[in-house]
Design a protein around this ligand. Sequence first.
Ligand SMILES: *Cc1c(COP(=O)(O)O)cnc(C)c1O
Length: 379
Amino acid sequence: MAFAAETICVQGSNERRDPFGAISMPIYQNAAYAHPGLGKSTGYDYSRCGNPTRDEVQKTVALLEQGTEALAFSTGMAAITALMEIFSPGDHLIATDDLYGGTLRLWNTISHKNGISVDCVDTSNVETVKAAIRPETKAIYLETPSNPMMKVADIQAIAELAHAHECLLIVDNTFLSPYFQKPLTLGADIVVHSGTKYLEGHNDTLSGFLVVKDDALYQQLNNIYKTTGACLSAFDSWLLLRGIKTLAVRMEQHQKNALAIAHWLEQRPEVEKVYYIGLDSRPDKALIDRQCSGYGGMISFRLNSAEKAVKILESVKLIRFAESLGGVESLLTYPMKQTHADVPVEVREALGVDEKLLRMSVGIENIDDLLADLEQAFA
Ligand SMILES: *Cc1c(COP(=O)(O)O)cnc(C)c1O
């Protein structure tokens, strides 16, 4: 029986494994499993290769993304690093130009050394992506909405393009979570998550996921996973399960608060531009409403001066000046100095990531309290 997202969040795979009927999935803090006999297994032999608590979070995330299998990693970067092992020297990838700084650092340093090249282009334009395809291109890698400029790529159109050229489509779905966007249903082959963000949702646990819908791809990735070993611990798997239980209600509240803050920012004379995918004024609104079932809680905005941006960062009290995103607490980030510190200045500025740009991960606090904090920080 197929359940709705809210039910999957709360109930997980709904496979009642616990012999004592525990409602909360037990934490199998365990490395090795006894064999019932020669050549027999309970299904578990060694926790790097499989752990019941981790299996449950993997099944839950796979169900939420409408994939068949998921792999849970110790961090989002561990997931992306393992994913890069499916490529070989000489392979070429096309990626969103405006994406998570750590992913870019991985490609520029480690992948580059391994002979894999990545071209970052504006993936909000399908023609630009098409023009970047070469005979050796093996995958297209999207972040949509992008970070921090909130550009949206047409997943379905790019999936068709990728498949016409025998390329994989990979989508980092961290920003919207499967509650608001399901790339596998739009043609993507692999979904990436930093589970540290909305999935876990409480700014306290790192994790990463790869989700697929194709068995051969799963076997290939699972083999890399078991071999390289950056798997999520039982305790952190349990924290993820606990976080995911409230994903649906959190996402609704993040979005409600973000819409109110985006509208408030639009009215402020100090704000030059607001970047939020929930704004009706966006030219790509039709695509957003076709592709996503909600807009999430991530907003970027450009102030009319660098001094103002810095003053706001240093004046917020309830909202914290910190990196990361997707947790219940509201955070304000200075992308130029934090997430994009490693991106070359010319590239960063061409993207619009300058000293006047701030990014806010809107939490689930009371909206009047958040607006009052912004009001005093802007004053
Ligand atoms: C944070 C983040 C990552 C990296 O995840 P970690 O859990 O920090 O390793 C990758 N992609 C996006 C979009 C992120 O926000």
